[in-house]
Design a protein around this ligand. Structure first.
Ligand code: GLP
Length: 262
C-alpha cells in the first residue's frame, strides 16, 4: 500500500518533500519533476527552494512537467497554470524555463496536445517524482470523478464543484473559471516513478479516506494510487480525520528505519 505519513503541519510536509527532491537532484542533476498547481504544494516548493539554496544544488538541468492547464485561457493570464508554475516553482527554485513544460491549452491545437505531451514526458525519460494535491471530490490533476484509470493526457470538462473550488483564484467569479482543461491522465500519473500526494485540512478528509481506504474506483480518481508501487501520502491531522487506520499508519511511520527515506 501507499505510505501514509501524518504530519503536524504543512511545514513538516514541505520539509519531507523538499528533502526527497533535493536529494534526488543532488544525485541526478537531470531529474524530471512532476509539478502541480493549487495552494497545497506551495509550502513544499518554498522548502525545496531553501534546500536548493542552502545546499548549493545545481538545478540548471532539472526538467519539469506540470499536471494540467485550463483550456482557452491565454498563457499570459495570471491564473493560467503556465503563469502559476512560473511564479510558484520556476522562479523561486531558479529552474530554467526552457526545461519546464505545461500542457498546451490553446484551443486550436487541443485535439493533439495531449498525446504530444505524453510523448514529451516519455522522451524526457519519464517523471521521477510527481507531487499531487487532491480535489475535494478526489480528483488528481484535473481528472474528475469518472475519469478512466488508464487515461493519458487529454481534454476534460471540469465539474461544477471544481469550478466553484477554483473560483477564488478568479476573484470569486464563477463565470471567469474556464469550463474545460487539459490534464495528465491517471494512466500518465501512474507512470511517474514516485508519487507524493499532499493534503491539508478538514475539507480534504473524505477524499483522502476514500483514496486510501476505499475501493479503487474512477469515482475517486486518487484511489488509483493504490495501484502505484511507490506512492506517499503526506497529510496533516485534519486531512487524516476520516481514516479508520490512522493509528496504524502512525505506528508504521514511527517505527520506520531511517535509511529507508520516503
Ligand atoms: C486544482 C488542480 C489540482 C489541485 C486541486 C486542489 O483542481 N488542478 O492539481 O490538486 O486544484 O487545489 P488546492 O491545493 O488549492 O486545494
Amino acid at each position: 500500500m501507499a505510505e501514509i505519513i501524518i504530519v503536524r503541519d504543512q511545514d513538516e510536509a514541505g520539509e519531507l518533500y523538499a528533502h526527497c527532491v533535493a536529494d534526488l537532484i543532488a544525485v541526478n542533476p537531470f531529474a524530471v519533476l512532476g509539478l502541480a498547481t493549487g495552494s497545497t504544494p506551495l509550502t513544499a516548493y518554498q522548502h525545496l527552494a531553501w534546500q536548493i539554496r542552502d545546499r548549493g544544488i545545481d538545478v540548471s538541468h532539472v526538467r519539469g512537467f506540470a499536471l494540467d492547464e485550463y483550456a482557452g485561457l491565454p498563457v499570459e493570464h495570471p491564473e493560467s497554470y503556465r503563469s502559476v508554475i512560473t511564479r510558484t516553482v520556476v522562479e523561486p527554485l531558479g529552474l530554467d524555463p526552457r526545461h519546464i513544460h505545461v500542457p498546451d491549452g490553446a484551443l486550436e491545437t487541443l485535439p493533439t496536445a495531449g498525446e504530444e505531451y505524453d510523448r514529451a514526458i516519455a522522451a524526457a525519460g519519464g517523471i521521477d517524482v510527481q507531487i499531487l494535491g487532491i480535489g475535494t471530490d478526489g480528483h488528481i490533476g484535473f481528472n474528475e470523478p469518472g475519469s478512466s484509470l488508464a487515461s493519458g493526457t487529454r481534454v476534460k470538462t471540469l465539474t461544477e464543484q471544481t469550478r466553484q473550488d477554483n473560483a477564488r483564484f478568479f476573484g470569486g467569479n464563477l463565470d471567469q473559471v474556464p469550463t474545460h482543461c487539459i490534464t495528465q491522465g491517471i494512466g500518465t500519473i501512474l507512470k511517474a516513478r514516485h508519487v507524493i500526494l499532499l493534503a491539508f485540512g478538514e475539507n480534504k478528509a473524505q477524499a483522502v479516506a476514500d483514496s486510501i481506504e476505499g475501493g479503487i474506483s474512477s469515482f475517486c480518481p486518487a484511489s488509483a494510487l493504490q495501484l502505484h508501487p511507490h506512492a506517499t501520502f503526506i497529510i496533516d491531522e485534519a486531512a487524516a480525520g476520516s481514516l479508520k487506520r490512522a493509528d496504524y499508519y502512525r505506528w508504521v511511520y514511527a517505527n520506520k528505519p531511517e535509511w529507508q527515506g520516503i
